[in-house]
Design a protein around this ligand. Structure first.
Ligand code: PLP
Length: 378
């Protein structure tokens, strides 16, 4: 990234020499990312990568772009029925909120329920998805529980009915290998800051042959799908971060255990230490992402707990980071059907690959101390 800044690689749409150089660097990043995420970068069945400002923009682009490709939303006549859109009950707000606007454009919005353990119920596909379904959105892994969703099965179901499926893979990309081609989804969102890349850049993979109308208008960059000057330095940082995470996380690079195995053992240590010494419960069952845990402390108020833990040097959140200032209970934990006392006391922690077991034990000790201090009668 520093090299990019030093070389003055500013505008890849410019026709002069440094513009062309910037374009070359950008296209190399695009090709590298397509390859690392298992997409096809070669004609004639070429998948596309649209650079965006991050996961939120990619999700909005996918929802509007996939629907508008079939049906120009903006010209929808009031009262006209346009079919239905199906999303899982545990989507990130950047899917949930654009989807909640769709009924005003004539779409019926339906939700796929999840099990108490936090996975989309495959039995619900048939009663929810029908011949009028225009789009299905299911995330790859949930950001609050870490639960990995049965995307391949859902993709097969949608593919057999020619229904586009959008997958928000922000929590998975860079942490576990993704084979976009094999997965069978129409579009897939990722975001660089979730794999130690720069903030403010992400992407949307678009499967070969899938039509996507632009959401933003006003330029011909990225074939008009996402107008606006591309951020070359951030694209370089994103491609490098993805490469490092995927390659250095492998068993080959790390010796006997991969990044995922190492971080699972740290997460298990955190959970077992806390569960053995308190009445906490873990919300969300396997398959789960290695780095995430959602711990519910009955009888404790989650907002007060997050603040007390911050003072004790343990940083965690309630709900999604984007809405964690709100006092509303998490729609994700609510969707699992958890008991209200668990919902009230649920916090989420994410682990980093550079932590040690000493860090984990120290964090567990601090969490237990804070929880004891907040427990009535203790
Ligand atoms: N989707 C999921 C599952 C996320 O966890 C996040 C961010 O935490 C986003 C989307 C939004 O990504 P960004 O912050 O890059 O806009």
């Amino acid at each position: 990234m520093t090299q990019c800044f030093e070389m003055g690689l500013v505008n890849p749409a410019s026709q002069h020499r440094s513009g062309r150089q910037a374009r070359r660097v950008l296209e190399e990043c695009r090709e590298k990312i397509l390859g690392l995420l298992g997409a096809n970068s070669r004609a004639p069945r070429q998948d596309r990568l649209v650079f965006t400002s991050g996961g939120t923009e990619s999700n909005n682009l996918a929802i509007h772009g996939l629907l508008a490709a079939h049906d120009v939303i903006a010209s929808g006549e009031a009262g006209q029925s346009r079919g239905n859109v199906v999303i899982s009950a545990i989507e990130h707000p950047s899917v949930l909120e654009p989807a909640e606007r769709l009924p005003s454009c004539g779409y019926e919005l339906r939700h796929l329920p999840v099990s108490p353990g936090g996975h989309v119920l495959l039995d619900a596909l048939e009663p929810t998805i029908d011949a009028d379904t225009r789009l299905v959105c299911v995330m790859y892994a949930n950001n609050e529980l870490g639960t990995i969703q049965p995307i391949r099965e859902i993709a097969n179901y949608c593919d057999a009915r020619s229904i586009p499926l959008h997958c928000d893979a922000v929590q998975v990309a860079g942490k576990l290998p993704i084979d976009f081609h094999e997965l069978g989804v129409s579009t897939l969102t990722f975001s660089a800051h979730k794999f130690h890349g720069p903030r403010g850049i992400g992407g949307l993979l678009v499967r070969h042959g899938v039509q996507l109308r632009p959401f933003l208008l006003g330029g011909s960059q990225q074939l008009g799908t996402r107008p606006g000057t591309e951020n070359v330095a951030s694209a370089v940082g994103m491609a490098k971060a993805l490469e490092l995470m995927l390659n250095e996380g492998s068993t080959e690079a790390r010796g006997e255990s991969s990044w995922a195995e190492q971080i699972v053992s740290l997460r298990d240590l955190l959970e077992t230490t806390i569960l053995a010494n308190s009445n906490a419960q873990v919300i969300g069952v396997s398959p789960r992402m290695p780095h995430a845990t959602n711990l519910a402390f009955p009888g404790i108020d989650r907002q007060a707990l997050v603040m007390a833990l911050d003072l004790a040097g343990v940083e965690c959140s309630t709900g999604s980071a984007c809405s964690s200032g709100s006092s509303e209970p998490s729609h994700v934990v609510v969707a699992t059907g958890a008991d209200p006392t668990l919902i009230r006391g649920s916090i989420r922690l994410s682990l980093d690959a550079n932590l040690t077991s000493d860090d984990i034990l120290l964090a567990a000790e601090r969490i237990l101390d804070v929880v004891r201090g907040m427990t009535p009668g203790k």
